[in-house]
Design a binder for this molecule. Structure first.
Ligand code: FES
Length: 112
């Protein structure tokens, strides 16, 4: 589905759901995860079904995930070495309200 041009890319290591993985650098978290086949971003709080990033430009919010302790749009967040990302797929935890209730901050838009 997605192919990555490995001739120009750097690789960074991130911790995804407690597991260290290597992903392409110099792109958004959402794009980096899609590039390595991690297509599920969260579980819908209403349908309880898995969601994947749709727009990749900050509109749909389907890519919300906990990135370094803050619920962020993965498509608007540049991937960086050592990031800790939790999707909470096993808990069905997703969405802004649940993130706030669990003590996880929410950030909308890009990371500066
Ligand atoms: S994929 Fe739509 S907001 Fe991130």
């Amino acid at each position: 589905m997605f192919k990555h041009d490995s001739t120009t890319a750097t690789t960074v290591e991130i911790v995804l759901d407690g597991q260290t993985i290597a992903v392409p650098g110099e792109m958004s978290v959402a794009a980096a995860l899609l590039a390595v086949g991690k297509i599920i971003s969260r579980i819908s709080p209403t349908s309880k079904k898995p969601c994947s990033p749709h727009c990749l430009m900050g509109v749909c919010f389907e890519c919300l995930m906990e990135i370094d302790g803050i619920r962020r749009q993965a498509c608007m967040t540049p991937v960086k070495q050592g990031m800790i990302i939790n999707r909470h797929l096993e808990e069905g935890e997703a969405g802004v309200g649940v993130g706030v209730a669990a003590g996880v901050g929410v950030e909308v838009g890009g990371q500066s």
